[in-house]
Design a binder for this molecule. Structure first.
Ligand code: KG4
Ligand code: ZN
Length: 336
């Protein structure tokens, strides 16, 4: 079965073609038209600008994905699309495009929750039965920080999430204080390599009994430190980056391992743009090996952590089909 998948929930415009066999997913193409250059000019995403750019990109990106996969539109069996959560204007670009394709080609649609996409990115390239349940999944992106319990692929319960800023948002906002380019996550990772964790920023809610997170205080703590420093030289910026990154990783690892322990998880799945961070990946691996050696850790390849359409096509495999008439964008969509 061949699936054409579309992702336009935030700033990127993605289209992918997947070939699904009984046990495995093969990614035939995964095209992305990035709007990062546009958003870095404004230091963040202006929703109206994002949607306008996506409107220009969507058809060329779909054509690129089909060409790279070496198939024609008529060879597609189903069309998957992100319906939420996300920016309404951006979501509508994908949803309305898919409705039109579905109507013209007479192909069914599969609506996909973007957050499920980040989690199911962990199935790419693996046997579909490789991940053992129960599992704890952590979504860490620019818009979300959520911990969920998966009793199996479709039985998902939300355990907790951020009360304010998401982890990626905290990186992007503190990065702005340090005058780093948007999105700051990758740059903070790079600078942190030559930094020391000298600032020891607070680790909010690290010992709380729930599975909530809070990262907005970190921004204020960084601002206070920056105001205290006379001259912000390169070493100080690297030290700040190292301390910011470490504070976030400490909270994420602690809470995820606590949930895995409590729910006797067999697997831990991580997804979302922040999961591309190599230090985060290493520290999760290290702690799980030492503290929960029977638990298997899954993190997607880095290119499948940040927003992409291949992960949407993968999550779609486990969803029901719908008709174009019943498809709606839902910016508020959460774990259902
Ligand atoms: O999943 P994603 O592409 O979009 C959302 O759904 O939000 O995540 C984007 C976020 C941004 O905040 C970006 O700074 C962060 O992921 N990010 C990283 C890295 N690459 C992207 N954060 C830390 N280290 C990275 N290497
Ligand atoms: Zn995302």
């Amino acid at each position: 079965m061949k699936i054409l998948a579309i992702e336009t929930s935030c700033d990127e415009t993605g289209a992918a073609v997947l070939n699904v066999t009984k046990n495995k997913i093969q990614i035939l193409s995964n095209a992305i038209a990035t709007s990062l250059a546009l958003h870095s000019k404004t230091g963040g995403i202006i929703p109206e600008n994002a949607a306008r750019q996506q409107l220009k990109y969507i058809i060329p990106v779909i054509n690129k994905a089909l060409t790279q996969a070496n198939i024609s539109e008529s060879q597609i069996d189903k069309i998957a699309v992100t319906v939420g959560p996300g920016l309404i204007g951006s979501l509508l670009v994908g949803v309305e495009t898919v409705k039109t394709y579905s109507y013209i080609l007479n192909k069914p649609i599969i609506a996909v929750n973007h957050l499920y996409g980040h989690i199911f990115a962990n199935f790419i390239g693996k046997n579909l039965y490789a991940i053992k349940f129960p599992a704890i999944a952590l979504v860490v992106s620019g818009g979300h920080t959520d911990l969920v319990l998966m009793r199996d692929k479709r039985n998902i319960n939300w355990l907790g999430g951020t009360r304010d800023d998401a982890a990626g948002e905290a990186l992007d906002k503190t990065g702005r204080l340090l005058e780093l380019p948007y999105p700051a996550g990758p740059k903070i990772e790079e600078l942190a390599k030559t930094g020391r964790d000298n600032f020891r920023f607070p680790r909010p809610l690290i010992d709380s009994k729930d599975y909530d997170f809070s990262f907005s205080g970190l921004k204020t703590a960084v601002l206070r430190e920056v105001q205290k420093i006379d001259r912000l030289n390169n070493q100080k910026i690297s030290d700040l980056c190292c301390s910011i990154q470490q504070a976030i990783i400490d909270v994420l690892t602690e809470k995820t391992l606590k949930a895995a322990n409590e729910y006797k998880a067999k697997s831990i799945l991580i997804g979302g743009g922040v999961a591309a961070n190599l230090t985060l990946r290493e520290q999760f691996e290290h702690r799980i090996n030492n503290e929960l050696p029977k638990v298997e850790l899954f993190i997607p390849e880095r290119k499948f952590c940040t927003d992409n359409a291949a992960m949407i096509g993968t999550a779609a495999i486990f969803n029901k089909e719908t008709k174009w008439k019943y498809l709606h964008a839902n910016p508020e969509l959460y774990f259902d």
